[in-house]
Design a protein around this ligand. Structure first.
Ligand code: GTP
Length: 210
């Protein structure tokens, strides 16, 4: 007996995202519902956390977060990722309703090992964009296609998106997701990530007060 109950093809490149299963996920701030999805095209496993009734047709407070193992799980202060994830989960908990999609695209899409290579280059003086380029990658290799079928499966329509990243807003809107408002998500600035945040603001155009 399989747990796979839905197959949702997205528009465009014939992306196939399978919904696998859901469970409770108690956290310090709320007990979320945890939903598992597999992107059969890219072979990646993605997650979504929901709280409250997100399928009622009203815009939903939302975060689309890309995996950062070092920041999200290992407390790294090189970036702001873990602090942003925690802030987003707390905001959804405070609101009692919302969705957080956790996309498994580590290191802005270059993968964990290459992110460590990029960190080494940053230790030697490059900024986060230069390091990616030095390794032969683009500034940002992420794709957000999987978000559309995940939102469709969850019944999420329009969103209030928590992000400082203009490319993320553009990418979701290009998929047909209505971003009603952008909610700034500034958290986790510290002396170790000052250069990183400055590079995100200056090189990647993030709306971050520096
Ligand atoms: N290549 C690379 N990736 C990094 C570095 N620091 C963090 N990351 C990755 O950057 C991504 C950050 O994802 P998000 O927090 O969802 O997005 P964002 O572009 O910061 O935009 P926000 O929505 O404003 O947070 C994750 O995939 C991290 O693993 C770095 O120095 N180099």
């Amino acid at each position: 007996m399989t747990n796979v109950i839905t197959l949702v093809p997205a528009e465009g490149r014939g992306l196939q995202v399978e919904y696998v299963e859901s469970s409770d996920l108690p956290t310090p701030w709320a007990t979320f519902r945890l939903h598992g999805f597999v992107d059969r095209t890219g072979g990646r496993e993605h997650l979504a956390l929901t709280l409250g009734s997100v399928a009622d047709g009203e815009p939903v407070l939302a975060r689309v977060h890309s995996e950062c193992l070092t920041g999200d799980a290992l407390f790294s202060r090189r970036c702001d990722c873990g602090a942003q994830l925690e802030a987003a989960m707390k905001r959804v908990a405070a609101e009692g309703r919302g969705v957080i999609v956790y996309l498994r695209q580590e290191g802005r899409g270059i993968g964990l090992m290459n992110k460590i290579r990029a960190y080494r280059l940053q230790d030697e003086g490059m900024d986060t964009v230069e390091a990616n380029q030095h390794l032969g990658f683009g500034d940002d290799e992420r794709r957000y296609d999987a978000v559309k079928p995940i939102f469709e499966h969850l019944g999420v329509g329009a969103v209030h998106l928590m992000t400082n990243n203009p490319r993320k807003v553009e990418a979701l809107e290009a998929l047909g997701i209505q971003v009603v408002t952008r909610q700034p998500l500034v958290a986790g600035a510290n002396p170790h990530n000052h250069r990183y945040l400055r590079a995100k603001a200056r090189r990647l155009g993030h709306w971050i007060p520096i």
